[in-house]
Ligand binder design. Structure first.
Ligand code: 5RP
Length: 248
């Protein structure tokens, strides 16, 4: 599947969007159907793909009378879970999770991820680290051989607001590329995370040793967390435009 070069009419573009929506839904449904069992504690991620996972989870809980408890990774997912009447917990009460399910911005061949497109990477990483099994759900556009091949917006990095300029300087000096403060709608102000911090997007020049890069960025004073999820995911489902799902 390749997006059309002739995406000129609004109708055609919206049907391509429908295929992507369909792909997200297929991946999300497959993950919920394959990995959720009665009695589990679940980590529930953030983003547009996770909306389908929450919908499917709510259906299964009702139809099969499942008893599951969910730890959300953001205000968004907490609200969605609450709206759907699903049992919500947190890591104080439920620090050990059976499965965490989350979206991703890019997934490489070894299941390393770039996450944080929705500015929730810190809580997503904490929740995923508490799970015995971490499952990624995404549409086919997120599937890549090497990080940076598909996702062109860079690696999200959550930073303490008063330190964002020194962090930008340190990243660019150590690792090259360009780091930018993520701005909100109409550039009215910086995006503020659920933790009250800012997000930098670091555009890198070339493929790197991501484990090393992740450690180097994490060591910079003022960095809270990076959107590089290295050696964390065990399974990824990719929805295809025809509704089928591939995995690895
Ligand atoms: C939020 C995330 C999301 O999981 C990621 O951006 C994917 O989002 P979507 O499902 O909308 O493509 O990391 O911080």
């Amino acid at each position: 599947y390749k997006p059309s070069l002739f995406c000129v009419s609004r109708r055609y573009c919206s049907s391509e969007m429908d295929l992507i929506t369909q792909a997200k839904q297929s991946a999300a449904y497959q993950a919920i159907d394959n990995h959720v069992k009665n009695g589990q504690a679940l980590g529930i991620g953030s983003g547009s793909t996770i909306v389908f996972a929450i919908n499917r989870l709510a259906e299964r809980v009702q139809e099969e009378n499942l008893n599951v408890v969910c730890v959300p990774t953001s205000f968004q997912s907490k609200q969605l879970l609450t709206e759907k009447g699903l049992a919500v917990s947190d890591l104080e009460r439920t620090p050990s999770l059976d499965v965490a399910i989350d979206g991703a911005d890019e997934v490489d061949k070894d299941l390393n991820l770039i996450k944080g497109g929705g500015a929730a990477c810190t809580q997503e990483k904490i929740v995923a680290s508490c799970a015995k099994y971490f499952v990624v759900i995404a549409d086919h556009r997120k599937d890549s051989k090497l990080l940076g091949e598909q996702w062109k917006k860079g690696v999200p990095i959550e930073v303490i607001p008063m330190g964002y300029v020194p962090v930008i300087r340190a990243i660019e000096k150590k690792l090259g590329g360009k780091a930018e403060l993520r701005m909100g709608a109409n550039k009215a102000g910086p995006v503020v995370t659920d933790n009250g911090n800012f997000i930098l997007d670091w555009k890198f020049d070339e493929t790197k040793d991501w484990k090393k890069v992740n450690m180097e960025i994490s060591m910079i004073p003022g960095v809270v967390e990076t959107g590089l999820f290295i050696d964390m995911a065990q399974r990824a489902y990719f929805g295809m435009p025809d509704g089928s799902v591939t995995f690895r």
